[in-house]
Design a protein around this ligand. Structure first.
Ligand code: MN
Length: 214
């Protein structure tokens, strides 16, 4: 993903049929090629007309949209969020058998939730409890603590560090699961790329500033 304007759609990191049967080909075509592309196009259009913000990074756009001029504020909030959230959504899923957290992420999950099963329950409660369109998130903070959040529309959990997003917009599941958001969550959970997330989390831990040893 480019870090600033003009943004382009990153390719789906696996085949369109790679997440079947939990998430099928038609859903990935619509979700990635149509919905995600539309957020990219809309964000570029907003910035094309406002060159002063073309050097803002994607992360700055999603974090600091409130500082933008009023006529583009809500548009950037929605569309930069849509780009940021979908980029992470597709990258945190993977083909193959269900996996589990490893290393520091496994330790943090046990410490902060009790078990992976309890982390899953918290995440599912957030996914089902988000009224209307939005997201459920596994996030971490500057101290490496894990927690679960939800957000409406295309809002992000920043400045908390998003690790794993579950898209609960109907476009993410309606073709596969119709109105059964809980069944979608269960299918989505099977495809979470825990080895990749475990590497991301370990890298964050290595880069965390530490107090000097006395
Ligand atoms: Mn979506």
């Amino acid at each position: 993903m480019e870090t600033q304007y003009p943004f382009t759609l990153p390719p789906l990191p696996y085949g369109y049929d790679a997440l079947m049967p939990e998430i099928d080909e038609r859903t990935l075509h619509f979700h990635h090629d149509k919905h995600f592309q539309t957020y990219v196009d809309n964000l570029n259009k907003l910035l094309e007309a406002n060159p002063a913000y073309q050097d803002w990074s994607l992360e700055r756009l999603v974090r600091d949209w409130a500082q933008l001029p009023e006529d583009i504020r809500q548009g950037v909030r929605n569309n930069a969020g849509g780009v940021y959230n979908h980029d992470l959504y597709f990258k945190t899923l993977a083909p193959g058998a269900a996996s589990e957290p490893e290393g520091p992420l496994a330790d943090a999950a046990a410490r902060d939730f009790g078990s992976l099963q309890e982390l899953k329950s918290a995440m599912k409660a957030a996914a089902l409890g988000q009224f209307g369109s939005g997201w459920a998130w596994l996030v971490t903070d500057g101290d490496g603590r894990l927690s679960v959040r939800k957000s409406a529309n295309q809002d992000t959990p920043l400045p908390l560090i998003p690790l794993l997003p579950c898209d609960v917009w109907e476009h993410a599941y309606y073709l596969d699961y119709q109105n059964r958001r809980g069944d979608y969550f269960e299918g989505w959970w099977q495809k979470v790329d825990w080895p990749g997330l475990s590497r991301t989390f370990a890298r964050l831990a290595e880069n965390r500033p530490r107090y000097p040893q006395s």
